[in-house]
Design a protein around this ligand. Structure first.
Ligand code: UD1
Ligand code: UDP
Length: 395
């Protein structure tokens, strides 16, 4: 009898990071893959499902406009209980740090269903940053019997907490998703040309600063500062800003008001993943508060400035692939201008090794679930295999 695994996710980043894993689960003879999307996000989630051709067995469509955390969490708990009763999974998989992840884990725990946590163990040590995600990720780890930690340092965080589950270092599945997507774009000139038609508004003589921002802890003053910094940068005529604006009304309102009419600023709708990866490829610098972008952009050799005071991804700071700049106007402006003026520093970013994965995270997770042997990410055997593969691709 195959093991029935129910993957539950609901936001754009969870969908991107679960997509390559779901594809591998579907293809594995020892596993029966069932997918439930909660619809915590709606259009931003559907963009990803379409791109990776994932057809969920359950689609709860729970999003409401400007939803509250408690409203969403209570709808999730009630609806997921019915799904768990109907699907009767042997195991539930949840991802990361969202309200969907914490509610789904709690719903499964209440039914004594084992939980696997993908992207376990990231910590800032500060419950208010990112808020409420730091707490979500912690409570999921407490309830999980399998924790798929992306890096050795996330494993070390879990070891310090004396949790009951088994920890496996896998790399981050976002690199699997990114590699699949880059291969698609790089291998298809017609697709590239089609994607580039979406960016015909770009001025080919100006460097592109790609911006994303949506963190709840930055609502209010944080976003006002960020927008002031972007306005100031655009007014120098040294850079053009492209900002796919998150659909959260607490983001869209202030951003539109502050920058809607600014010169050299292009506020655009959220892009599907293909379009966003293409835009990352075309950017000179990326300024973001996103978790996923901190992991992806370095794999594309792009310098990343992170608009947060702390990050649960310290490996990137240590590796020199991202730099924290907070949300103060002057610091953001100075950091971007310094990088714009220093081509050597930008090249240095591009040369540093991305610590987040080798594109085989999903493979390791599925092997662990199916009881097959595998090498953990970062182990000597995995590094050796990576070197052999790199040599083969060079030859
Ligand atoms: C959520 C996650 C956050 C993740 C982010 C990714 C939590 C607590 N936070 O935050 O960890 O980084 O997603 O983007 O789970 N909306 C739409 N259409 C969409 C998506 C969102 O209209 O496709 C609007 C809705 O008005 C919705 C609001 O955005 O109510 C907020 O969405 P929500 O998922 O609650 O919060 P995020 O800030 O996106
Ligand atoms: N992304 C996308 N379209 C966009 C902006 C971002 O597909 O217009 C992707 C991005 O490549 C990354 C993910 O969405 O994989 C990040 O999502 P978000 O910033 O919303 O959430 P976080 O990573 O902070 O949880």
């Amino acid at each position: 009898m195959p093991t029935r695994i129910l993957s539950i996710f609901g936001t754009r980043p969870e969908a991107i990071k679960m997509a390559p894993l779901v594809k591998r689960l579907e293809a594995d003879a020892n596993i029966e893959s069932v997918v439930c999307v909660t619809g915590q996000h709606q259009s931003m989630l559907n963009q990803v499902l379409d791109l990776f051709s994932i057809v969920p067995h359950y689609d709860l469509k729970l999003m409401t406009g400007n939803q509250t955390l408690n409203g969403l969490a209570s709808r999730l708990l009630a609806s997921l209980d019915d799904v768990l009763a109907a699907a009767q999974p042997d195991r539930v998989l949840v991802h990361g740090d969202t309200t969907t992840a914490s509610a789904a884990a709690l719903a499964a725990f209440h039914r004594r269903i084992p939980i696997g946590h993908v992207e376990a163990g990231l910590r800032t040590g500060n419950l208010m940053q990112p808020w409420p995600e730091e707490m979500n990720r912690r409570v999921v780890d407490v309830m999980s019997d399998l924790m798929f930690a992306p890096t050795a340092s996330s494993k070390a965080n879990l070891a310090r907490e004396s949790l009951h589950g088994r920890v496996i270092v896998t790399g981050n599945t976002v690199i699997d998703a990114l590699n699949l997507t880059v291969a698609r774009i790089d291998g298809d000139a017609a697709l590239r040309a089609e994607l580039d038609t979406r960016f015909e508004f770009l001025n080919n003589t100006l460097p592109v600063l790609l911006v994303t921002g949506h963190r709840r802890e930055s609502f209010g003053d944080g976003f006002a500062n960020i927008c002031a910094a972007l306005g100031e940068l655009a007014s120098t005529n040294a850079v053009q800003i492209v900002y796919p604006v998150h659909l959260n009304p607490n983001v869209r309102g202030p951003v539109q008001e502050a920058l809607g009419a600014a010169r050299n600023v292009h506020l655009i709708e959220p892009l599907d993943y293909l379009g966003f990866v293409r835009l990352m490829q075309r950017a000179s610098i990326i300024l973001t508060d996103s978790g996923g972008v901190q992991e992806e952009a370095p794999a594309l050799g792009k310098p990343v400035l992170v608009m947060r005071d702390v990050t649960e991804r310290p490996e990137a700071v240590s590796a020199g692939t991202v730099r924290l700049v907070g949300t103060q106007r002057e610091v953001i402006v100075r950091s971007v201008m310094d990088l714009l003026e220093d081509a050597r520093e930008r090249d240095d970013f591009a040369r540093r090794i991305n610590p987040y994965g080798d594109g085989h995270a999903s493979e390791r997770i599925v092997a662990a679930l199916a009881g097959r042997p595998f090498d953990e990410f970062g182990s000597t055997a995995a590094l050796q295999a990576r070197r052999v593969a790199q040599t083969a691709s060079v030859l």
